[in-house]
Design a protein around this ligand. Structure first.
Ligand code: 13P
Ligand code: SF4
Length: 330
C-alpha cells in the first residue's frame, strides 16, 4: 500500500535560530509542564532538545511513567497514539499530522478481523507500528526490541499471526523455525530499500566493520543467508532494534559500524560514542514522516496546543490490553 508522503522543506537552521527556538520551547515546556519525547530517527536538533530519546519500546515506557501534564511527542502518529493509550490522563501532542508511517498504513482493523476469522485458533501478534484500531484487534503488541520474548511467551502449540512487517516476520521465522507463524505482507518504504548490495558495497570499503541491521530492512534476510553460506562472517552481522544498536555499539570493542536503518540514529550514535565511526548502510534511508517534525513545529505545538492525539475509549481499552501483555513480558 502507498500513502501520501509529506513534501519537506530541507532548510538548515542556523545555530542562532536553533538556540532561539530552544529558549522558546524550554519556556513553553516549563509553563505547560510538558515532557518532550523523541524517537531515534528524529532530526538532530529535535533529538537534542528532548527529555528522552529512544526506540518505540523506550518511548512507550516513558509515556507510561511520566507525571507531566503534556507529552510533546516527536515521532510518528502511531507512537503518539500509543502514548495516549498508555497515558489517557496526559495531553499528547503530535507537532505535525503529516507524521504517518507507510508500515502502519499497510493493514487495517478490518484486515485483521478477516485474517483472524481464517485462523481462529492462532494468536495475533502485532508490531507497535500499527494504528490503535489495529492494536485493539490483537492479543499481543510487540516492538523490534522485544518480539522474540513475546513469541517465546506464547505456548508452543499455538500458531501465530504476525503483522504487519514481512521482513520482521521473516526474521522471527528464522530465529524460531519450529513455530507456526503466518506473516502479513506489509513493509516500510524506507527499510525495504536498504538492500544487501548497498550494505555489501560499504562492507568492501570497511571489511572489519560490524554491521547493525534493523529487522525491518530488506537486507536482513539476505545478509543472514550470506553468513550461512560463509560469504560473510556471521559474527559481524547483528539484527536488532534501534535501541539495541546503541547498546551493542556501546559494549562492542569494534571501532567502525555500518548502520542499516533510518539515518537519524547516526546522530545519537555519534553523540553518545564520539570515538567510534558510524557509517550509513544507505544514506538515502530517510523517513520523511519522521522528518516532518521540526523545531518550529514543536514550538507551535506547545504554543497553540496542537495536534491533540486521542483514542476512543472502547478502542483504547482493547488496544491497551495488547500493549499491557507486551509490557508485562519484556
Ligand atoms: P524501533 O522500535 O526499533 O525504534 O523502530 C521503530 C520504527 O519505526 C522503525 O522504522
Ligand atoms: Fe514507519 Fe518506516 Fe518511517 Fe519507521 S522508518 S516510521 S516504519 S515509515
Amino acid at each position: 500500500m502507498t500513502v501520501a508522503m509529506p513534501v519537506l522543506e530541507e532548510g538548515e537552521l542556523s545555530t542562532d535560530r536553533i538556540s532561539e527556538l530552544y529558549d522558546e520551547i524550554r519556556e513553553l515546556a516549563r509553563t505547560r509542564n510538558a515532557v518532550i519525547l523523541a524517537h531515534n530517527y528524529q532530526r538532530p536538533e529535535v533529538q537534542d532538545i528532548a527529555d528522552y530519546v529512544g526506540d518505540s519500546l523506550g518511548l512507550s515506557r516513558q509515556a507510561m511513567a511520566t507525571e507531566a501534564d503534556v507529552i510533546a511527542f516527536c515521532g510518528v502518529h502511531f507512537m503518539a497514539e500509543t502514548a495516549s493509550i498508555l497515558s489517557p490522563e496526559q495531553r499528547v501532542l503530535l507537532p505535525d499530522l503529516r507524521a504517518g508511517c507507510s508500515l502502519a498504513a499497510s493493514i487495517t482493523a478490518e484486515d485483521v478481523r478477516r485474517w483472524r476469522a481464517e485462523f481462529p485458533d492462532h494468536v495475533a501478534v502485532g508490531y507497535v507500528n500499527t494504528t490503535a484500531e489495529v492494536k485493539a484487534e490483537l492479543d499481543y503488541c510487540c516492538t523490534s526490541g522485544n518480539v522474540v520474548a513475546i513469541i517465546d511467551a506464547i505456548p508452543e502449540d499455538r500458531g501465530i499471526l504476525f503483522l504487519p512487517d514481512f521482513f520482521l516476520g521473516a526474521h522471527i521465522k528464522r530465529l524460531r523455525p519450529h513455530r507456526e507463524v503466518e506473516v502479513w505482507m506489509g513493509e516500510c518504504h524506507v527499510h525495504k530499500e536498504i538492500n544487501a548490495r548497498t550494505v555489501n558495497a560499504q562492507r568492501c570499503e570497511h571489511p572489519g566493520a560490524e554491521v547493525l541491521v534493523h529487522p525491518e530492512c530488506g537486507c536482513a534476510g539476505q545478509l543472514i543467508y550470506e553468513a550461512g553460506l560463509g560469504d560473510l562472517d556471521a559474527k559481524l552481522v547483528h539484527v536488532t532494534s534501534t535501541e539495541g544498536m546503541i547498546r551493542f555499539a556501546e559494549s562492542s570493542p569494534a571501532s567502525t559500524f555500518i548502520v542499516a536503518t533510518e539515518v537519524g540514529i547516526l546522530h545519537r550514535l555519534k553523540k553518545q560514542l564520539p570515538d567510534k565511526e558510524f557509517l550509513p548502510a544507505d544514506p538515502r534511508a530517510v523517513c520523511q514522516y519522521m522528518k516532518a517534525i521540526t523545531l518550529e513545529g514543536l514550538r507551535d505545538s506547545l504554543l497553540y496546543d496542537r495536534h491533540v492525539i486521542t483514542v476512543p475509549e472502547d478502542i483504547r481499552t482493547r488496544a491497551k490490553a495488547a500493549i499491557d501483555r507486551m509490557v508485562s513480558i519484556g
